[in-house]
Ligand binder design. Structure first.
Ligand code: FEO
Length: 392
């Protein structure tokens, strides 16, 4: 694939990772892109790099535009190696290039690479760098989602190179939101947000306010993953909504099962809830956790059930609970349920995690061995109650 001119003299020189399905535990069902951008100006500037295995692709794209040894600045918006992985290789070519990053960026890069001969320019929010006709302004994005993260704003073009923020994990040949459809782009951005940025809602709200106070206007937002937003207001509005955990009248039923008893309870709860609210149901060993978290993001209520094993929750569910807990969903109503044989323990553990997340909880539903007709009727009624709460 050739380099792609995003706007005059700003090129996409990144890589498309068609085959990746596991992004450090985040199941990405349609691959990913690593977007690096080359700015042609008096001082040629590369913004971010690509995962190491795609270095040769990136350098070939750059060579189609310019001699890479002429690059004078390399902006490293983020240390994580999907963006910095080719930094050492590009530095071997662009020997005199100065690396521009935050102080935490410099600290992190020097832990990943032998940086003793590298020249750095450390920047903070509001700092500017004139590269010719263009002025780059930097905006620290601390903990969005690493301490070193920042974004680069091209003032004259009103173009924000936002790194991970506003990104999507989807491999496409199209480079703009309109080309895959804005709604489709928002769908992928929501999955990305739910699985990477969900814990940072409060910081995102503060950052959006800071951007407003700085008076930054965007004609375009070009993240480091996925398509470029020609409709920046759409994604900014979506982030404001997700950061607030604005919820739909929706119940998400999540379960695992050994001998179909928990499954029967899950179905009865889902059917009851569906009389009052929208319902989504997931089996945690058959569905992508990234999809489950995306539905949890804007659900009002969550029912989670598992069999008890060795007096605690069935291990695959324990894994999912750890994943969910780390992403810190907020403002939910939680219903725990279990099938158990003697001591029990799964519902207690699930409910404990709900409480840790400060969910409003319902009395856990515990059913011994196989559910009877009467017990399934009770599960249905509890589902209705949960649906009622979700639609309220
Ligand atoms: Fe896309 Fe946090 O790296």
């Amino acid at each position: 694939m050739k380099p792609f001119e995003v706007i005059k003299d700003v090129y996409w020189v990144g890589a498309i990772d068609w085959d990746e399905r596991d992004f450090h535990g985040f199941e990405i069902v349609r691959g990913a892109t690593y977007n690096a951008y080359l700015i042609l100006d008096d001082k040629i500037t590369l913004v971010d790099t690509v995962k190491h295995k795609f270095f040769s692709e990136m350098i070939e794209r750059i060579k189609k535009i310019v001699d890479p040894s002429q690059i004078e600045y390399i902006i490293s918006n983020h240390v994580e190696t999907d963006h910095s992985g080719s930094l050492a290789d590009i530095k071997r070519v662009a020997k005199d290039a100065t690396i521009v990053c935050t102080q935490r960026g410099k600290d992190g890069l020097c832990k990943h690479f032998d940086c003793k001969d590298w020249e750095f320019k450390v920047v903070k929010t509001g700092d500017e760098l004139k590269i010719g006709k263009r002025t780059l302004m930097f905006l620290e994005m601390r903990m969005l989602h690493w301490p070193d993260s920042m974004a680069t704003y091209i003032k004259e073009d009103r173009l924000l190179l936002s790194n991970d923020a506003f990104g999507q994990h989807v491999a496409t040949l199209e480079r703009f939101d309109e080309e895959i459809g804005v709604d489709e782009a928002i769908k992928w951005a929501k999955i990305y947000y739910a699985n990477i940025l969900m814990p940072f809602g409060e910081l995102i709200k503060k950052k959006l306010k800071e951007i407003e106070e700085l008076g930054l206007q965007f004609d375009m937002i070009a993240p480091s993953h996925g398509v470029i937003w020609r409709n920046p207001s759409k994604i900014v509005e979506s982030y404001a909504k997700w950061a607030n955990f604005e919820s739909d009248n929706k119940v998400v039923v999540i379960y695992d099962t050994m001998w179909h008893s928990t499954e029967k309870i899950a179905r009865a709860i889902a059917e009851g809830a569906a009389t009052k609210a929208k319902v989504r149901m997931f089996h945690i060993r058959k569905d992508a956790w990234s999809d489950i978290m995306t539905e949890i993001l804007d659900a009002k209520a969550i029912a989670i059930g598992a069999p008890t094993m060795h007096n605690t929750v069935f291990p695959p569910m324990a894994g999912f609970l750890t994943y969910m807990k780390g992403l810190k969903p907020k403002n939910k109503i939680g219903l725990a349920f279990e099938s158990y044989g003697w001591g029990g323990g799964a519902a207690k553990e699930i409910n404990r995690i709900f409480k840790e997340l400060k969910f409003e909880t319902m009395e856990p539903l515990r059913i011994r061995y196989r559910p009877t007709k009467e017990e399934l009727e009770k599960a249905y009624e509890i589902g209705m109650e949960l649906g009622e709460k979700a639609s309220g």
